[in-house]
Design a protein. Structure first.
Length: 166
């Protein structure tokens, strides 16, 4: 099997890659995503086994690069005007009873003490209201593992509640 020269691939599909990169990553990061996709494609091109669907192969690489950009956005620090507002941005736990609309500070402190992956899974499940396949995609794991992370986190929180620490 012989592959066409890489430049022929670029000439034939550069518009499709650029269009998809801009659609997935937006106008600010679209060019960077397209460039990253072409760089990764060039590096992997000698290992391609079949030349039947090179366009699909390129678009898959582009979508993976766009996903990397979205994931990295979530890891970037976001400046805030007031440090006290940071906890209110992501959602609140509400105390049931006479103090109804007050956030439960002790619950959030226990959530903050959870291991990182469990904490992220719980926040994605109960604050962002994602299902387990979406949580798995966001965390880079399987839906079964996301269920396990949420389950373990809830067990830890229940234990803290039963000890009357909350």
């Amino acid at each position: 099997m012989t592959l066409p020269p890489f430049q022929h691939l670029v000439d034939a599909h550069w518009r499709d890659v650029a269009r998809l990169a801009h659609a997935l990553a937006g106008p600010v990061d679209g060019d960077d995503v397209a460039q990253q996709a072409w760089t990764q494609a060039l590096a992997a091109y000698p290992r391609v086994r079949s030349s039947t669907n090179l366009r699909g192969w390129l678009l898959t690489i582009t979508s993976h690069c766009a996903m990397d950009v979205h994931l990295s956005r979530g890891r970037r620090a976001v400046p805030a005007q007031d440090i006290a507002l940071i906890g209110e941005v992501s959602g609140r736990a509400v105390v049931k009873g006479p103090e109804r609309d007050r956030p439960d500070e002790s619950l959030w402190s226990h959530v903050a003490d959870l291991p990182e992956r469990q904490r992220h899974a719980v926040v994605l499940k109960y604050v962002v209201d994602l299902d387990h396949p979406s949580i798995a995609k966001a965390l880079g794991t399987t839906p079964a593992m996301s269920r396990r992370l949420v389950s373990d986190a809830l067990a830890t929180l229940r234990l803290a509640i039963s000890r009357n620490e909350i």
